[in-house]
Design a protein around this ligand. Sequence first.
Ligand code: FO1
Length: 307
Amino acid sequence: MIVALAGGTGGSKMVHGLALANGQRDLSAIVNTGDDGEFFGLLVCPDLDINLYCLAGVVADRGWGYADDTFHCLEGLSTYGREAWFGLGDRDLATHVHRTLMMRDGARLSDVVDDLRERLGVEARVMPMTDDPVRTIITTPSGERRFQEYLVRDGAREEIDAIRVEGLAEASPAPGVLDAIAEADLIVIAPSSPIVSIGTILGVPGVRDAVAARRDRVIGVSPIVGGAPVEGPAQKFLRGAGYGECSARQMAEIYADVCATFVIDASDEAEAAAIEDLGVRPVLTDVLMPDRAARERLARVVIEAAG
Ligand code: FO1
C-alpha cells in the first residue's frame, strides 16, 4: 500500500500520478482539512474534493472544482448581495450540499468522503486527516483571515505575521489514518505546502510521531523548482511560519525528522550536499507535473527511489 500525505492542487497531481503508476487499489491519501470552511451554510472541503475529483477524472483543468461547471447559483447569490468571491460551481455545489446534509444527519467527515469516493467511482482510499473541525487562520498586519479569505478573496497579497490552526491541538486522526501510516509499504509526502498543507496534517496529534516511526519508508517530494515555489504563495507561508529561506534544502530540513529520502528538482542540484548533511538522501529529477504523463513519470521515480 502506498500512502500519500497531500494538500490540494500540487498534492492531488502527485496522488493522481501514484494512481496512474501503481493503480488506485493500493493507494490511500491522507488529506489536509485546514483549508475547509463554511460557505452559504455549506461545508466546503477544497483539498479533499480536489483529490476526489482528480482521482475520478472530473477535475477542471484549473486544478480545482468540477470540469465544465457553470456558476448560475453563485451568480444568483451575487444578485442577492451575497459575497461570491469563492468559485463554487453548480455541479460542485451538489458535493457540498450532499456533504452538509449527511453531516447534519450525524455522519462523520470520513464517512462522507467514503460515500463521495464510492459514488464518484474512485477506488483509492481518501481520508481526511481528522474528522474534527480544524481551520487555518492567517494573521496579517490588517487582522485575521480564514484561509480561503486570505488566499482567494485577498489574493495572498499581504505578508503573514502568524499562522495558527484552530482546533488542531484537540483533533484526533480520522479512522484509519494511523493504521494506514503504520502499515504502508511506502509513504509519499506530496509537493504541497510544508506549512499549511503537510504541516497541518503532521500537526494532528499523533500523526507526526507515526510518520517519524516509519521514516525509512517515507519519501518527500519538493514543491520548489530552481529556488522558487512551483505554485502558490509558498514564500509568504514560510516567512509567516518563521522560516527565512524558500529552498529545497529548507523543505528537507522541515521534513528531516519524518523522511529519509527527498526528491528535489534537478535545477536545485547545488543543494543536494546540504540536504545530505541533514541526514536526508536527495534524489534528483524533474519535479514539475504539467500533464498526466509527467505525473506518472514522477510517481515512478518516487516509487523506484524508495526501493
Ligand atoms: N481557488 C481559487 O483560486 N479561486 C476560487 O474561486 C476557488 C474556488 C474553489 C471552490 C471549491 C474548491 O474545492 C476549491 C476552490 N479553489 C479556488 C481552490 C482552493 O482555494 C485552494 O486551491 C486550496 O484550498 C489549496 O489547496
